[in-house]
Structure formats: C-alpha cells, structure tokens
Ligand binder design. Structure first.
Ligand SMILES: [Zn+2]
Length: 171
C-alpha cells in the first residue's frame, strides 16, 4: 500500500524555456499535493502539461485552485489535459484561471471488437476550436481511429455534449 501511494504521489517538474515555464504534472491530484513547495519561475508564460494527472479529489481540487490563484498576472496554457482534468474543467467554473488557453486535451476511445481503450489528442485549431463571442465552438474528430490491438474501428467513449462543454464560449 505504501508503495502504491508513493508511486501515485503527484510529481511536478518545472523547466524554464524560451516559450515560458513548463510544468509537468503526473500522478494523483489529492490531499498529498504540496503546491506551495513548487518554485514558480518569474516568467509570464506558464505552460502546464497535464497528460498524466490521473485522479482528482476535492482536497486536491482546492489545492489546485488556490495554486492557480497564487500565480497572478501570468498567461496560462494547458496542454495534453487528461480526462480527469477535462472532467473537472467541465464541472467547476474557475478550475482554470480566467483567460486560460487550452492547447490540447485527450479524448478516450473504445474498441467494441476487443474491448481495448485508447486516448486521442485533440488540438486547438485542428480537432477543435474553442467558441468565441462571435463563433460557436467546433469539434472535428479524426475521421478514423483504428485500434492498435486488433485493427478494428474505435469510437469516442465520452458523452460529447458533456465532455466538450468547456469549449463553449463563456463571458
Ligand atoms: Zn480492438
């Protein structure tokens, strides 16, 4: 038990690049998270790579929201958002700071043939466009997603009206 808790503890690495500071998070967003110990570089652009954030609970959510609020006057980009993150973005207004840019997120797919599952990356400007004040959001899934295990066709494994809700324009 102790070992699995260790393994799933949220790991955060920070890299300063010419594009900004890149935060890579992996593991569980829960009561063991200590965002206050993360050293945030004095850069305007903050990029969060969230592809490996696996599970979120209410204490983790509160820590996350407080952490976001503590970083004022920055530009926020969210990359490779996992399903766990997308679910929270949809549920909780204010989970991401105002004016955040979601660059890409994962969509779960399922193969009815072999029961396999896969995640497909949707990218802003390609598979989706967020709605704006004068243009509705757009989702353009890839025409075919093929199962790597059996070669069968895969189908999207989410309720689209719920999963893509966060793409709607909000004032
Ligand atoms: Zn399959």
């Amino acid at each position: 038990m102790a070992n699995s808790e260790q393994r799933n503890k949220l790991q955060i690495s920070v890299t300063s690049t010419k594009d900004g500071a890149i935060f890579h998070l992996s593991g569980f967003l829960d009561e063991n998270v200590r965002f206050e110990s993360v050293k945030v570089p004095p850069l305007v652009n903050l990029i969060f790579d969230l592809g490996e954030v696996a599970l979120i609970n209410s204490i983790g959510i509160r820590s996350w929201v407080n952490w976001m609020k503590s970083m004022r006057d920055r530009s926020f980009t969210f990359r490779n958002c996992s399903k766990a993150m997308v679910d929270q973005i949809n549920i909780l207004d204010g989970f991401l700071p105002p004016g955040s840019f979601v660059e890409s997120f994962y969509v779960p797919y399922h193969c009815d043939n072999c029961d396999g599952s896969e995640k497909v990356l949707f990218r802003q400007g390609r598979e989706f466009e967020k709605g704006t004040a004068d243009r509705a959001e757009r989702v353009a899934p890839p025409a075919n997603v093929t199962c790597v295990k059996c070669g069968g066709p895969m189908v999207m494994d989410v309720i689209e009206s719920k999963y893509f809700r966060f793409l709607k324009y909000r004032r």
